[in-house]
Structure formats: structure tokens, C-alpha cells
Design a protein around this ligand. Structure first.
Ligand code: NAD
Ligand code: APR
Ligand code: ZN
Length: 249
């Protein structure tokens, strides 16, 4: 591993335009469950189709809203980890760095990342399912929604429609403007760090391929192999909170 860490450090030191592309694994060491890790992954314990689809929300808004409120309160209780902080350090040292995340938590922001691009939305941007207007952010963790507890969604202040999580569900399109800006950043960077993503879910998983096709170096940080191994110049097999601080030391 040491020589590949040195190679990654050299690539980062010499990079002009950096993109950091993250998935659930970057929040794992903050205690936030990922989706596909065996045993602990959310989709091992819950049925994605019953909770993360528009059909599921229409069928049982309270079940879906309660589940996302449980996830939001878990995030509110968690703290950013050394990986999130190292990414904020990269941004401070390399002006123009763009952070692109598939995560719906706010740990990048709380670690100091200015404006990460949320390809799959955010737990902190609820909106009306009918008129689309942003809804008031649920505050704090007052009503501690227990795992699996139903919670009827609030009603939109404007049209009384049901408020939904501001998260992209299976079957939904990604926010086009966010995806366009992410592709543009990937196309014009000379180094892309991909951290903590299984690289399984499209179109987000295309981002590292766009960077590589247009000549960027790609460094992957993930304890497991992923389809992105094929596109990475350097594969660092380890935990993000251990490895990223080595690159910004
Ligand atoms: P999809 O239905 O094509 O599924 C894409 C990937 O999601 C699959 O390759 C698989 O890895 C995973 N997946 C699908 N069904 C699953 C299941 N039952 N259990 C576990 N994993 C499952 O996704 P889509 O319809 O193209 O979704 C559109 C966009 O919404 C994608 O970019 C996706 O990443 C996003 N999304 C977001 C969330 C979220 O909770 N933020 C959940 C699902 C999808
Ligand atoms: N450090 C780095 N990577 C880690 C760590 C860690 N400490 N722990 C786990 N990982 C890796 C796992 O090996 C796995 O490859 O993080 C990855 C998590 O993959 P997923 O659970 O599939 O999460 P992600 O890639 O973000 O999923 C993409 O799928 O369900 C949808 O929309 C949802 O945004 C999500 C998308
Ligand atoms: Zn409304």
C-alpha cells in the first residue's frame, strides 16, 4: 500500500483541478449505515423498493416519511469523520475543487465543504410532493422517530399537499442541473478521487468514467473491489478515515 499512497499523494500535490466523488462509505466511520455493505447495509435490512420509490411514498407516506426522519435524526446525532475533514482540507488547498456526493447526509457541509453537489438530493431539503415548493426543514431530533415508526408527513404550507424527503428515489431522475454541473466538473478535472462508493448505481457511477475518458487521473479509496477498480490509476484498499488523512498529511 505505501507506494500507492505515495503515488496518490504526488498526484494530489500536482493536481490543478480536483474532483472528489463520494458515496455512503465516506460516512461509514461516522456510524451512518451504507446501503450495500453485507449485514450492516440498509438494503440488507430494509426493502429499497418498499421505502425508496415514489410508489412506496404514494402507497404509505407515513411509513416512508418516518423511515427518512429516522435516518435524518441519526445523521443529526452523528459527526463528520476524518475523511470528511480531509476532503475539506483538499478544498482549502486546491481552490476550485468540486465535491460531488451521492450521499443525502450533511456531513460534508458540517466538515467545512462549501457547496457539495448532491446528486441524490438531501435529507435536509424536504419539499411538497404536489407543488414542489421547499418545505420547512424538520428541526432537531425532537420527535425521536424510532426505527420503523410511522410518522405522517407534514402538510405543505402552500397547498396542503404531503411533504416528501428531498431525496432521489429508485426510478426518479437526478436533478438535471446538478448532474450537468457534476459531469462538467468531472470532464475538466485532472484528478478525481472516488471515495466510498460501490460504483453500482447509475448514472452517478458514470462520473469517474467521464473524468478518466477525458484524461484525468483517478484514485479510488474503498476497502472492497468495485467496478471502478478498472478505471482507477491508483486503488487504495482501506477505510476513508484512515487513508484520506495520509494524502493530506
Ligand atoms: P435502479 O432501480 O436502476 O437501481 C440502480 C441501482 O440501485 C441498482 O443497480 C442496484 O444497485 C440498486 N438497487 C435497485 N433496487 C434495489 C434494491 N431493491 N435493493 C438494493 N439495491 C437496489 O435505480 P434508478 O431507478 O435508476 O434510480 C434513479 C436514481 O435514484 C439513481 O441515480 C439512484 O442512485 C437514485 N437512488 C437514490 C436512492 C436514495 O435513497 N438516495 C435510492 C435509490 C436510488
Ligand atoms: N471507507 C471507504 N469506503 C467504505 C467504507 C469506509 N470506511 N466502508 C464501506 N465502504 C465502501 C463499501 O465497500 C462500498 O463499496 O462504501 C461503499 C458503499 O457502497 P453503497 O452502500 O452501495 O453506497 P453508494 O455507493 O453510496 O450507493 C449509491 O445507491 O441506494 C442508492 O441512492 C443510493 O446514493 C446511494 C446509491
Ligand atoms: Zn405544496
Amino acid at each position: 500500500v505505501p507506494d500507492s499512497v505515495d503515488k496518490a499523494r504526488a498526484l494530489l500535490a500536482g493536481a490543478r483541478r480536483v474532483v472528489v466523488f463520494t458515496g455512503a462509505g465516506v460516512s461509514a466511520e461516522s456510524g451512518i449505515p451504507t446501503f450495500r455493505d453485507s449485514l450492516t447495509g440498509l438494503w440488507e435490512r430494509f426493502d429499497a423498493q418498499a421505502l425508496a420509490t415514489p410508489e412506496a411514498f404514494r402507497a404509505d407516506p407515513a411509513l416512508v416519511w418516518g423511515w427518512y426522519e429516522w435516518r435524518r435524526t441519526a445523521v443529526s446525532r452523528a459527526s463528520p469523520n476524518a475523511a470528511h475533514r480531509a476532503i475539506a482540507t483538499v478544498e482549502a488547498r486546491h481552490p476550485g475543487t468540486v465535491v460531488i456526493t451521492q450521499n443525502v447526509d450533511d456531513l460534508h457541509e458540517r466538515a467545512g465543504s462549501a457547496a457539495p453537489l448532491h446528486l441524490h438530493g438531501s435529507l435536509f431539503a424536504p419539499r411538497c410532493a404536489d407543488c414542489g415548493r421547499p418545505a420547512a426543514r424538520p428541526d432537531g431530533t425532537a420527535d425521536e422517530p424510532l426505527e420503523g415508526r410511522r410518522l405522517p408527513p407534514p402538510a405543505c404550507a402552500h397547498c396542503a399537499g404531503p411533504v416528501r424527503p428531498g431525496v432521489v428515489w429508485f426510478g426518479e431522475a437526478l436533478p438535471a442541473d446538478v448532474l450537468d454541473r457534476a459531469v462538467e466538473a468531472a470532464a475538466s478535472c485532472d484528478l478525481l478521487l472516488t471515495v466510498g462508493t460501490s460504483g453500482l448505481v447509475h448514472p452517478a457511477a458514470e462520473i469517474p468514467h467521464v473524468a478518466a475518458r477525458l484524461g484525468a487521473a483517478v484514485v479510488q479509496i474503498n476497502p472492497q473491489p468495485t467496478p471502478l477498480d478498472a478505471v482507477a490509476d491508483v486503488n487504495l484498499h482501506g477505510a476513508a478515515a484512515e487513508i484520506l488523512p495520509l494524502l493530506t498529511r
